[in-house]
Design a protein around this ligand. Structure first.
Ligand code: PA5
Length: 444
């Protein structure tokens, strides 16, 4: 079971905080469980692991099998909460090199998460001569980046297979009733999956948003949900035995003491996109009303050779949370070299995990001595069940943490500002006056 170790962070706080925070955490937990807090129309994810739609889940697994049987590639089109969770899970449990591996499942390409012509062209060329399917994901159904990408890949599918067959290879994950994507899917006859009304984008990885691409990659989505359900039960404990309480309370206290940036670190490179998912979850949930910890991430040990200097000796505004996994079964072992020209024979016979663990402990001690409080999240094995638990843990702690901070952890009003400007500059009907105003500003 996942545990949180705050023993190397507590020393940075001068006063005990548990008793003082417990009533606030109890109130926050009550808002998450029963509503009554800010944004409580978006707390559907709290009970999702026990009350998800079983019929839709079966359709997801069936669609995944069909895609595995008729496609060499799946193009997953989405951005933000409609992108990062699926990529995080596939890379963490598969590999960042998933597409390069010899395997029985299709390659998975993520598109619509930007507006780069080069990136779009590259995937377009990679899939145009193979059998492929598309999963277009947008809760609102109106987000520009995925809508633009979908135009390209829909057209390619229709050229390749004809309109009717293309429609059988397009899976739309969107609102159950509203939005341009839902209307298009109904008109064209695409199979659709639902992003529930009460689940916001960044909390949606355990809905069809994440589950379909994850299942296509051959990951056991039942285990993922099972792990989330285990953690959901644990998170109902309203006391400091609850790991989400420990984490939410500690990071809030550290923030109040001046630690404004939280680094999420992991010593497994496959965790990189889980960290990207975490950054959106925490950044979008807490960064508002001129408040909030800035979430950043580092890949260790690589970033110890680039960011390590700042972490050790830069401005003392950092806290660090390290996700640690138990060793994978198939460990590389360092060999003995007769000549020992590199002087590394003292490592002979050790697994890379043993060496990595000493790097973790050495880094922990160095950073704590350098003034960076350190929390450790022990996530168990790098498996579907454990990752499901980790996802739910971070989501629940995020809800608690946002409420402790006094913000609405479930809205994202700030995301609209750039969209409005972009629409105005692109000449979207209805934005003409604003477009003139912005062009005048740019010309100054
Ligand atoms: O968390 C959020 O709500 C956002 O990041 C969205 O996930 C992102 O903007 C994509 O939105 P949509 O799924 O509506 O296309």
């Amino acid at each position: 079971m996942l545990t949180v170790d705050t023993s190397k962070a507590g020393a940075f706080l001068t006063l005990p905080y548990e008793d003082a925070l417990a009533p606030h955490l109890t109130r926050a937990a009550n808002w998450l469980q029963n509503g009554g807090g800010k944004g409580d129309d978006f707390i559907g994810w709290v009970r999702l692991p026990e009350n998800y739609d079983r019929d839709e889940f079966a359709r997801i697994e069936k669609a995944a099998k069909k895609i595995q049987s008729d496609s060499q590639a799946l193009v997953v089109i989405g951005i933000g909460g409609s992108y990062l969770g699926a990529r995080g899970v596939i890379e963490c449990l598969g590999s960042p090199n998933y597409n390069l591996r010899k395997k029985a499942t299709p390659n998975v390409y993520f598109m619509g998460n930007g507006l780069s012509s080069a990136a779009t062209r590259e995937v377009y060329d990679l899939v145009k001569d193979v059998d492929f399917s598309v999963n277009v994901i947008s809760k609102s159904g109106t987000t520009t980046e995925p809508a633009v990408a979908f135009r390209f890949f829909k057209e390619l599918l229709e050229q390749k297979y004809g309109k009717a067959e293309a429609a059988k290879r397009i899976y739309a994950t969107t609102d159950k009733a509203r939005g341009a994507l839902k209307s298009l899917a109904d008109a064209e006859g695409y199979e659709t999956f639902v992003v529930p009304d009460d689940v916001g984008g960044r909390y949606s990885v355990l809905t069809a948003v994440g589950l379909l691409p994850i299942a296509v990659a051959g990951i056991d989505v039942g285990e993922l949900m099972g792990g989330a359900a285990d953690m959901m039960v644990k998170c109902r404990d309203n006391d400091f035995t609850n790991p989400a309480w420990q984490y939410a309370a500690m990071r809030n206290e550290l923030y109040r003491s001046g630690k404004k940036i939280e680094l999420l670190a992991c010593f497994e490179p496959s965790f990189r996109f889980m960290a990207e998912w975490w950054k959106q979850l925490y950044g979008e949930s807490e960064g508002k009303d001129n408040r909030g910890i800035f979430p950043a991430s580092v890949d260790f040990t690589a970033d110890l050779h680039s960011m390590g200097q700042y972490i050790q000796q830069g401005e003392r505004i950092l806290m660090e949370t390290v996700v640690r996994f138990d060793p994978d079964d198939d460990q590389m072992v360092v060999g003995l070299d007769e000549v020992n020209g590199d002087g590394l024979n003292f490592l002979a016979g050790k697994t890379l995990h043993e060496i990595n663990t000493q790097a973790m402990d050495g880094t922990l001690l160095a950073h704590v001595e350098g003034g960076v409080p350190n929390m450790i999240v022990r996530a168990g094995k790098r498996g579907a069940r454990e990752l499901g638990a980790l996802i739910y843990f971070f989501e629940y702690a995020c809800g608690l943490s946002g409420y402790l901070l006094g913000v609405n952890p479930f809205d994202q009003p700030g995301v609209e500002a750039y969209k409005k400007n972009m629409f105005a500059l692109l000449g979207k009907p209805g934005y003409e006056a604003m477009g003139d105003e912005l062009r005048a500003k740019l010309a100054k």
